[in-house]
Write a protein that binds this ligand. Structure first.
Ligand SMILES: NC(=O)c1ccc[n+]([C@@H]2O[C@H](COP(=O)([O-])OP(=O)(O)OC[C@H]3O[C@@H](n4cnc5c(N)ncnc54)[C@H](O)[C@@H]3O)[C@@H](O)[C@H]2O)c1
Ligand SMILES: [Zn+2]
Length: 285
């Protein structure tokens, strides 16, 4: 902020965020509070930023109390994504972004998920047409949901599929290189489908299909794929309690009636979540 002020950025200037999601969130937040808000442009350079964080206007930084607890809704004036820059990403960073791409298929577009099952590997290997289609479809889906519900009073929460689990795991691993955000989303989506299946909401074969695709892509899928110690199930559940999606002390979850059919519910008993976490942790040993 001090640097921007020393550069004499004025109310009519435009601040440009060039980088991955961390840069986009931080620069967007800075732009939102600088002189009570200046315009900004997102030039996302990671897959995650191109398909998710650059679109929709959520900006912010983490606090010691939790992730993204300081922030603002501030829409970029323009998002300019060039898929050519994705070729310099490290494999791990690319695949982390793919976690959010899969999320879109899982939450609202079964045909897209099916397409990813077929084309995911060549997309990861660098196929431009496949990358273009994946980025375009992801952005379309995000924009469509954000237009319906910009400030997350309802439907926008669908974009948090897998994220309640993810945020607990990110907190448990200290927001470190042990688990990247998109990796946590992939593991979280697998757990959300496991929970949905145990609650009898989605077909029993759906969680296996989700896990099979993530494994095909050489992504993290299970808690066992996360290196080092994790808290026990109660510990993880209490980290979910810190999640900002908690309303009146109830856990709000995004569950699914099937692949491509997610919904928001506050109807989940902590005991059911504990069961899923306990099985996932014991499979780890
Ligand atoms: N605002 C939102 O709606 C939203 C949505 C999803 C995620 N996020 C946030 O986004 C963050 C994750 O974003 P991310 O995955 O982009 O992480 P990141 O910004 O840390 O980027 C990942 C790594 O890739 C490098 N990098 C970026 N572009 C590159 C390129 N073209 N070539 C080579 N290296 C490149 C970065 O320097 C970094 O080391 C998390 O903090 C998450 O909370 C925000
Ligand atoms: Zn995310």
């Amino acid at each position: 902020m001090e640097w921007l002020l020393s550069e004499k950025v004025e109310r009519n200037d435009v601040v440009i965020a060039l980088g991955g999601g961390v840069i986009g969130d931080l620069v967007g937040f800075a732009a939102s509070i600088l002189r009570r808000g200046v315009r900004f442009v997102q030039v996302p350079t990671s897959l995650l930023a191109q398909v998710d964080s650059s679109v929709g206007g959520k900006t912010g930084i983490n606090a010691p109390h939790g992730k993204n607890l300081i922030g603002a809704f501030h829409q970029p004036s323009l998002v300019l994504a060039d898929i050519d820059v994705l070729s310099t990403l490290k494999k791990r960073d690319f695949l982390a972004g793919y976690g959010e791409v899969v999320k879109y298929g899982l939450l609202g577009d079964a045909a897209f998920f099916e397409w990813l099952e077929e084309h995911g590997s060549k997309l990861a290997a660098g196929d431009e047409a496949a990358r273009l289609k994946a980025v375009r479809r992801s952005v379309e889906m995000k924009a469509e949901i954000v237009v319906r519900d910009e400030t997350e009073q309802g439907d926008r929460a669908l974009l948090n599929l897998g994220h309640t689990f993810c945020h607990a795991l990110e907190a448990a691993t200290g927001y470190s290189g042990r688990l990247l955000h998109g990796e946590g989303v992939a593991v979280g989506c697998a757990l959300a489908f496991e929970l949905s299946s145990r609650l009898g909401l989605c077909p029993q074969e759906d969680p296996s299909r989700v896990r099979a695709h993530l494994k095909d892509m050489n992504m993290m899928v299970d808690l066992g794929d996360i290196e080092g110690d994790l808290p026990d199930a109660h510990g993880l559940l209490s980290l979910m309690g810190q999640d900002k999606k908690v309303i009146d002390g109830k856990l709000r979850f995004i569950l699914a009636r099937g692949i491509g059919d997610a919904f928001v519910t506050a109807d989940v008993e902590p005991a059911q979540v504990l069961d899923v976490l306990e099985s996932a942790l014991s499979a780890r040993a």
